[in-house]
Design a protein around this ligand. Structure first.
Ligand code: NI
Length: 389
């Protein structure tokens, strides 16, 4: 039996597993029960298990022939959202929900482990199964890399279920797929005073407002219109009372882009605009910029392998294009260590009512896609390792 048939055969088990994980969501860094169940499932298959990055699990399966090492990654954390699906297997952990489909990722990767453990004779090399905690905080991948999860890995593949993509379709394309995500805080220092005599103070509210407006020119006037960039201020805190001139304002923002060169320049651009705008009004501004995770950029060659795997399994028609996403993924940390490619697995089926955006309180998936995800993970591993290098 080959990968597609093996995946179809374990479909009922996959549904059961997915419902178990869906029912027991745990937030980032607290995926204790989730990790235990994953480790248990891997051990049942005779796969060696290591615990890394607190609640991470890394399984290693060696083929019967020597070769390179491929890693397959699934993230395992849930979100603090109150589930409103009304499903019989809805969250039993009040206030938490697998609303980003990470329950499906765990299941698909365990499915791949089940498939590949039956195909050891076809594996030339080693398969690492990386179950990553704390993706929603963009922290888990970095920690796993620091703890050596990527040591000796020659290539890595990851996937994400996606609510906009028809169930069972796979999007895997070369180049940028998801944006980088960074954070910054701008602190404006003005001078307080009576609201009736603004000339005696330096109004931090006016300065903050001007900074917000001037930051809009980064995207509209400074960066090429052919390069997608987002600069958003999501929070402003300033002032104490309606008739007092605010002496201080704090602005929290995020920036996103797909081009690493632009990303490198954004802190300087934001700093220049904030500081000089403040100076215009006799105030001072300080910018603290924190790099979060880089853009998810798919390696050309690995993407070709992944496309080939999908075609082999389900034919050309299973491949579906998807536009770039300004959301981000900490999968990019693995890509700093080895060639990487990241795919999207469609779970939207209007007849089953599974077409909600990610992080929605009604989010759910067409479970028929589980076997597809499991098969694609497994087939990619076999195809990557089959390449002579
Ligand atoms: Ni997610």
């Amino acid at each position: 039996m080959q990968v597609k048939e093996l995946a179809a055969k374990i479909q009922p088990e996959l549904v059961e597993l997915r419902r178990y994980f869906h029912q027991h969501p745990e937030p980032s860094w607290e995926e204790v029960n989730t990790a235990n169940r994953i480790a248990e499932e891997l051990a049942k298959l005779g796969i060696s298990v290591e615990r890394k990055a607190k609640t991470g699990v890394v399984g290693t399966l060696k083929g019967t022939r020597p070769g390179r090492t491929v890693a397959l990654r699934a993230d395992i954390d849930a979100l603090s959202i109150k589930e409103e699906t009304g499903l019989p297997f809805a969250s039993q952990n009040e206030g938490y929900m697998h609303a980003c489909g990470h329950d499906a990722h765990i299941t698909c990767l365990l499915g791949a482990a089940k498939i590949l453990s039956q195909l050891k004779d076809e594996i030339a090399g080693t398969v690492k199964f990386i179950f990553q905690p704390a993706e929603e905080l963009a922290q888990g991948a970095k920690k796993l890399v620091e703890e050596g999860a990527m040591d000796g890995v020659d290539g890595i593949f990851g996937l994400h279920v996606w609510g906009d993509l028809p169930a069972g379709k796979i999007s895997v394309d070369p180049g940028p797929r998801m944006a980088s995500a960074d954070m910054f805080v701008i602190t404006v220092e003005g001078k307080g005073g009576h609201g009736s005599a603004p000339h005696q103070g330096v109004d931090a509210v006016v300065v903050a407002s001007a900074i917000v407006m001037n930051l809009q020119t980064i995207v509209s006037r400074e960066i090429s219109p052919l390069e997608p960039v987002v600069v958003s201020i999501g929070k402003i805190v300033a002032g104490d009372r309606f008739n007092i001139i605010a002496s201080k304002a704090v602005l929290d923002g995020t920036s996103r882009c797909f081009n690493p060169e632009i990303r490198k320049n954004l802190p300087d651009i934001i700093r220049r605009i904030a500081e000089n705008t403040a100076a215009t009004f006799r105030a001072k501004a300080k910018v603290e910029y924190q790099f979060g995770c880089g853009a998810t950029i798919n390696d050309e060659h690995l993407t070709e392998i992944a496309k080939g795997s999908v075609k082999k399994l389900y034919g050309e028609e299973a491949l579906a294009p998807m536009p770039l996403l300004t959301g981000s993924e900490d999968f990019s940390f693995y890509a700093e260590k080895a060639p990487a490619t990241f795919a999207f697995l469609g779970i939207c089926n209007p007849e089953k009512g599974t077409c909600f955006p990610q992080h929605h309180s009604h989010y759910t998936i067409d479970e028929d896609a589980l076997q597809v995800g499991a098969a694609v993970y497994a087939q990619f591993a076999l195809d990557f390792l089959a390449e002579k290098k």
